[in-house]
Design a protein around this ligand. Sequence first.
Ligand SMILES: Cc1cc2nc3c(=O)[nH]c(=O)nc-3n(C[C@H](O)[C@H](O)[C@H](O)COP(=O)(O)OP(=O)(O)OC[C@H]3O[C@@H](n4cnc5c(N)ncnc54)[C@H](O)[C@@H]3O)c2cc1C
Length: 474
Amino acid sequence: MKHELTETIIPTKNDVIVIGSGFAGLAAAIECKINGGNVIVLEKMKAIGGNSIISDGGIAAPDTPEQHLSGIIDSADKMFEDIMISAEGLNDPSITRIVCDHALEAYMWSKEELNVNYLPRVDIFGGHSVPRCYTPHPLSGSTMILKMKEKCEALGIKIYTGISVESFIKNDKDHVIGIMVDTNYSLDSKHNKITQQLMASQGIIVATGGFAADANFINKHNPNHTTTSQTTNKKTTSAEVLEACMDISAATINLDQIQWMPWSTNDETGYGNGGLFGDYIVSSYGILIDTKTGKRFVNELDNRKIVTNKILETINVIGIADAQAVEKAAWDLNIALKKGVIKSHPSLDHLSKHYEIPLDNLQNTINDYNQMVLDKHDITYEKTIESWMSPLETAPFYSMRINPKTHYSLGGLVIDGDTHVLDDHGQIIQGLYAAGEVTGLTHGANRLGSCSVTECLVMGRIAGKKVLETSDRQ
Ligand SMILES: Cc1cc2nc3c(=O)[nH]c(=O)nc-3n(C[C@H](O)[C@H](O)[C@H](O)COP(=O)(O)OP(=O)(O)OC[C@H]3O[C@@H](n4cnc5c(N)ncnc54)[C@H](O)[C@@H]3O)c2cc1C
């Protein structure tokens, strides 16, 4: 009976089908509809949003009004150069270029078209050469997902949840014309599958996100990967649609490249509440300490790959900030403090005893760091000392154990600048488009913080427009 009910709800004939209801999928659907497309969105989970909804929703863009107000000189070229440095030659510069050139437009679109509000601040994360990251208000990816959902409702875009895409259907010209879905999807692997065929005359946009929580897929493509690590992703993050694309000869790249989030802690699951302290406070206002020696060991504002590798080598690591840093950063740490994930210490003596750090070493490290902050030059690790950074000298001191977790799939589908998915021979697979974390060309060996949201909006919107330009597929 359920089968019949579902069949009457999901249209079997569509112009465009978007798979995935995160930032990339919803941006694609909105743009498609605005440009006259008849589009539906399919989502395997009962709730929309994927990893986008649990993210911080921070977006990077250059040359913004906020940067102008703060006197920050930035440009698309500068953002491109920063990504190129951290990508270590593993990205496709032409795709990265598109993301950077359209980043400002995407950021303004989120404000003007979606009505997303941002906090009046510009932040910097490791690897960016200037502050260019904006945080939605309230601080969460759900802020933008809810605005996107409202926009979809206003435009009449239907999002069907609990529908898992399993495979693609091609015609005799090798054009993708439809998909097979399970309309009764459940996380219980023994659930009763109900299979249905859905057709799309214009095209299908794959926006199914990454695979950073899919240990089997990661290990298949990178046998050296440690399976014991935790992840910041939703546990349901998996690669089945990417694999279905590979089954129809879609090319992939960098599947062995997984980004770790250096700033999380094993004292809670996922990115948790402590990530805010690590990523937004310790990295720029504080320091990382090896508890065995009481010494720093890395430029805390270096890119995530470098910081992660150093933390994994060092093993017993904590992040420290003082009361002044926490006040200046102005993030609410109450939940993490109540959970005991972040500890508060009345003195450095108390902190050193808590982690059994040699006090003299710790004190010397902090004295040296404080002097470098006053001198505006980190002679040890060349951390950029911004004007708002201050010496770590005001109690209480705050600390958190730091444990990197898998966070983002850097690799994925190979696309061209119009978001067509390419096959193993570099040819366009007609009717198949992709955007967002499921693609693998933008960031190379490392993604700079806040650049995924930018990419999802830029490439999702391009996909939503380009899919309508196809005319001779059937
Ligand atoms: C905790 C956390 C914090 C982050 N913070 C930031 C940040 O501040 N800034 C930033 O730039 N990046 C951040 N990121 C990364 C960023 O959030 C993601 O890369 C981005 O949201 C991915 O968007 P997406 O649309 O590509 O995929 P997703 O948002 O993951 O959406 C994909 C959707 O596809 C659905 N799907 C998958 N398979 C199927 C199937 N078979 N059938 C139907 N549907 C399917 C999934 O269920 C999911 O809903 C963060 C990530 C995490 C985990």
